[in-house]
Ligand binder design. Structure first.
Ligand SMILES: CC(=O)N[C@H](C=O)[C@@H](O)[C@H](O)[C@H](O)COP(=O)(O)O
Length: 212
């Protein structure tokens, strides 16, 4: 699957642009799209037939990926097929726990993906009944080192501990070879973002190599 996101203030941050990006990714073989924000979700849902994982990023510190039940409900209303949310134990702006949020969403028939930053998050996410658990926040919550590539160690631990739960690998998959390794390790699916859809980062990788 491919994550199509542009960050605040960036030139590509426009729903139509992200919808075009998503279509281009699907043409290349993506079987699902992850995207951010209500406008992007609805624009992309209008243009692709593959499942869409929706998130709403609000802020940039603490719990910012779909931080409350309201954010998650809005993503579902915008058309997302799966809603991903921060599954850490950190305080959430609406005071609900992750588990309470998942239970409320399940009552409404919404499929939930848990963005985890550690094995403890994954345990809590499975306990809460998450439909999919993911390594998305590994390296971003201070609990694990930010590895150069995907966090293979956490991925392996999650696959081993939860054989009956779909485990998705997301975060810093930068090459086709890394994607292959992730799937060989037993991931149920993987999301690649920056390396496919963020030209500013990709350009900077080339520039950094020249300046080394
Ligand atoms: C930590 C966080 O906020 N991750 C975000 C989650 O939606 C995105 O910024 C990432 O691009 C996405 O997870 C895909 O990962 P990568 O771009 O590394 O392939």
């Amino acid at each position: 699957m491919v994550s199509c996101q542009a960050y605040p203030g960036e030139p590509l941050r426009h729903p139509e642009t992200m919808a075009q990006m998503a279509q281009a990714a699907v043409q290349g073989g993506a079987v699902g799209i992850r995207c951010q924000g209500l406008s992007d979700i609805s624009a992309i849902k209008g243009q692709v037939d593959v499942p869409v994982i929706g998130i709403w990023k609000d802020g940039s510190e603490g719990v910012y990926i779909t931080p409350t039940l309201r954010h998650a409900r809005c993503c579902a209303a915008a058309g997302a097929d799966i809603i991903a949310l921060d599954a850490t134990g950190r305080p959430r702006p609406d005071g609900r726990s992750y588990a309470e949020t998942v239970h409320a969403l399940h009552d409404e028939g919404i499929t939930v993906m848990a963005d985890c930053g550690s094995f403890a998050d994954a345990e809590r996410a499975v306990e809460a009944g998450s439909d999919i658990i993911s390594t998305t926040l590994a390296g971003y919550t201070g609990e694990r080192e930010k590895t150069d590539g995907p966090d293979f160690e956490l991925l392996g631990e999650m696959i081993k501990a939860f054989p009956d739960v779909p485990v998705l690998c997301e975060g810093r998959i930068h090459t086709p070879e890394q994607l292959h390794q992730v799937m060989e390790a037993g991931a149920w699916a993987a999301v690649v973002g920056t390396a496919i859809t963020h030209p500013t980062s990709i350009t900077s990788w080339f520039v950094a190599r020249l300046n080394k």
